[in-house]
Structure formats: C-alpha cells, structure tokens
Design a protein. Structure first.
Ligand code: XMP
Length: 207
C-alpha cells in the first residue's frame, strides 16, 4: 500500500540547532546533550499547525483526542490557538505487560466523550514505530468516529516499523531519544520549554 501524504508537511530540524550544546541551561547540562528545538520555534510551529487544522475542521463536528502524558504541553498550546468551538478528551495508553507481542497496548484511561459520527483528531507527542497511533486510530474508528486523522509534534521516521504517516507533523527529528515540552524519560524533563536530546548515559543508566 502506498503511504498517504501528510497534509501539513513536516519541517526538518537544521543541523546547526542539533549542534547547539552551549544553549542548554546550566541546570540541565548534566543530562541534556543539546537543544534540538528551541521554545520560540516550537511556538511558531504550533501556531502554524493550529491555523492549518482550524481551516481543515472549521464547521465540522470536531473533537480532539490526546494521549497522556506526553501531549499535555503541546495540546494546551495547540487548542488555545484554535479560534472555533471544540471539545477535547484524554486517553491513556501503555504497553500491555501481560501481552505476548510488542503490538499489544492497554487503554489505561477510557474516553468520556462520545465520538460517534464525529471527526476525530488524534494528538500524540512523538511518532516512532507507529504502533501506538496505529492501534489507537483503529480503536477510535471502532468507537464510531466519522473520520480519524493524526497530529504529532515530532516524527522520528527512522524508528518506523511498517508504514504509518501522520496527517499533521510539527518537526521531523533524528533517531535520538528526545525529552522536554511534555516528553519524558523516567517521568523527568517534561517541564523543559524546549525539545532536547537526552545524553545516552542517562538513558542507558535507567534501562
Ligand atoms: P510508537 O513507537 O508507538 O511510540 O510510535 C510512541 C510513543 O513512544 C514514546 N517515545 C518517546 N518518548 N522520547 C520520549 O520521551 C523519545 O524520543 C521517544 N520515542 C518514542 C512516546 O511515549 C510516544 O508516545
């Protein structure tokens, strides 16, 4: 099957930003290798995405479903820039511990909103293998959504297992472990205002 085209084409992160170690605040230099996407760039891109999504969904029975916990910053900034009535709900998803295949997901917080007959925008922090968004999109379709599109702040195409393309993408990032602006490692770093690269030794230490 041919992969579908992304509606909001992603922006690549320029190499000079990847190399910007000096800009990491002193308090985080032990753990953070470099700032990948600074706060101003995140905010500009979120505004652009909100504008594109608003134009696509204005006048439709529209609902946003966001995945906990990594989307909290992105969701809050995104919806505040959408100038039309909308509803959103949050869903919890985690890898199923008792599962035999890595494709098994457990829904830890069910939806409260009725999405039957409504156009759903599924929002996540980062698209990596595609397992999460593939499974949640199927779940939302089975709950009767009129349509399901996906929106991610970050896309890591090098991690993909099988084909999956998000409809709205903020930034394409290299195959590195990233944290900040909602994304965590061991529940830390979510409050960083930028997206940064986590030092490998930090990541390896907790594994
Ligand atoms: P899949 O593989 O299902 O992954 O597309 C989506 C989920 O994996 C987590 N993930 C990350 N979290 N930094 C993070 O903080 C990363 O670089 C990263 N890569 C994948 C994340 O929970 C995401 O929702």
């Amino acid at each position: 099957m041919k992969p579908k085209k992304s509606i909001a084409p992603p922006l690549s992160v320029p190499p000079h930003i990847i190399k910007s170690r000096a800009a990491v605040p002193a308090a985080h230099r032990l753990d953070i290798e470099a700032i990948l996407i600074p706060p101003s760039r995140i905010q500009r891109r979120v505004s652009e995405l909100a504008h594109i999504i608003s134009a696509d969904y204005r006048g439709k029975e529209f609902v946003i479903i966001a995945l906990l916990n990594g989307t909290v910053m992105f969701l809050a900034d995104l919806v505040r820039r959408m100038e039309f009535p909308l509803q959103f709900d949050l869903m919890g998803v985690s890898s199923y511990r008792g599962g035999t295949s890595s494709g098994d997901l457990e829904f830890t917080r069910p939806l409260k909103l009725d999405i039957r007959g409504r156009h759903v925008l599924l929002v996540d922090d980062i698209l990596d293998t595609g397992k999460t968004l593939r499974a949640v999109s199927a779940e939302l379709a089975s709950l009767g959504a009129a349509s399901v599109r996906t929106c991610v702040l970050l896309d890591k195409p090098a991690g993909r297992v099988g084909e999956f393309t998000a409809d709205y993408v903020g930034f394409v990032v290299p195959h590195l472990f990233v944290v900040g602006y909602g994304l965590d490692h061991d529940e830390k770093y979510r409050n960083l205002p930028f997206v940064g690269v986590l030092k490998e030794e930090v990541y390896q230490a907790v594994r």
